[in-house]
Design a protein around this ligand. Structure first.
Ligand code: HEM
Length: 320
């Protein structure tokens, strides 16, 4: 496949940055799991958990200062694993940054990207504490999620800066311009949709708090117009994705664009099905987790495709 040349014979920086990207993506999944299972306050304090560095597995081992009613082993360990993977991502980004110093003079953008990722992850660590201290205020969770998606994309950009010299694809001049324009529009549309989705999520949290006894299948009816806006906007997302797919198939023989477009289309169709299951099946927690995760994926893949297009040459032939 045409993408292979970007992944062959990587140096230690490029491998570390890729692993960091993968673990960050995993962390977004775990974060979604914590949110959907309501485990966000599984550890009531920060950075310790029930005053300990390793929380108890049994209520009998809870320090005296804490109310046993507050303890739920599943939620505590779910949140604790989230924090551990968060710390792992922090260290991996630190390592990526340390290894990026070799690019300082040769390719300063690699170093810059790694430095931005490091700053963002430090901010994210601080924000995580604020989210817990705010008692999981939904606006704070949304910012936390947006920063996570930003870190993911900064890592994509940083890694790409280190392999961009391998990009030898070329598209006809018009195709290249069309692809770049479509991808910019697609990214704007997807990011707008992510913001709308987060508003739906926040509205749902408010309904949940305002009507404690209400069955979850009825929450969506009380969310208001943002739900309709989010649903309807999906058509625009789908149309932009299909346009990207069409243009990629037309222009991209011998390049990874048809593959990346196929991935984006498949993710979008799945996302719409998950969205429908959220609305019609009473917000199943599993669908919430995957809906959030795929949204992150739907930003990263077109962004990667855009970087490839911008780096490719305008010419008649295509190929690696
Ligand atoms: C097509 C692209 C779509 C994208 C990129 C997208 C993205 C998102 C995002 C980022 C959230 C916030 C998740 C969170 O903060 O945990 C969300 C929530 C939501 N979305 Fe979508 N969405 C899409 C389509 C749909 C469709 C078609 C529907 C319904 C038919 C839908 C229904 C919902 C509902 C009910 C929520 C709130 C439930 C929750 O996750 O807690 N979405 N969406």
């Amino acid at each position: 496949m045409a993408l292979r040349s970007l992944f062959k014979g990587l140096n230690s920086f490029q491998k570390t940055a890729l692993v960091t990207l993968g673990v960050t993506f995993l962390l977004i999944f775990i974060g979604g799991l914590v949110r959907a299972t309501g485990a966000g306050l599984g550890c009531p304090d920060w950075p310790k958990c029930f005053g300990l560095w390793i929380p108890p597995t049994n209520v009998a081992d809870l320090p005296e200062a804490y109310d046993p009613e507050q303890f739920n082993a599943f939620k505590t360990w779910m949140e604790y694993v989230n924090r551990l993977v968060g710390v792992l991502v922090g260290f991996l980004i630190l390592l990526t940054f340390a290894l990026s110093t070799r690019y300082l003079w040769r390719a300063p953008l690699v170093f810059l990207g790694a430095a931005v990722a490091l700053l963002l992850v430090l901010f994210q660590g601080w924000l995580g504490g604020q989210v817990v201290r705010s008692g999981l205020q939904s606006g704070m969770i949304t910012i936390h999620m947006v920063v996570a998606v930003l870190i993911l994309n900064v890592l994509v950009w940083t890694w790409f800066q280190s392999v961009k010299d391998r990009v030898r694809y070329s598209f006809g001049g018009k195709s290249r311009r069309n692809l770049a324009a479509i991808l910019v529009v697609l990214l704007i549309v997807v990011i707008t949709q992510v913001v709308f989705g987060s508003q739906v999520r926040e509205a749902l949290e408010m309904v949940k708090t305002a009507y404690p006894g209400l069955d979850r299948s009825l929450w969506i009816d009380r969310v208001g117009s943002i739900d309709m806006i989010h649903r309807s906007f999906s058509w625009l997302v789908l149309a932009s994705v299909l346009l990207f797919q069409y243009q990629a198939l037309k222009a991209g023989g011998g390049t990874p664009l048809p593959f990346l477009a196929g991935l984006t289309t498949a993710a979008t169709v799945l996302q719409i099905l998950l969205g429908a299951s959220l609305v019609y099946l009473g917000i199943p927690p599993a669908a919430q987790v995957f809906h959030l995760w795929i949204a992150a994926f739907m930003t990263a893949v077109p962004f990667f495709a855009l970087l490839i297009v911008l780096r490719s040459r305008a010419g008649l032939s295509s190929g690696v």
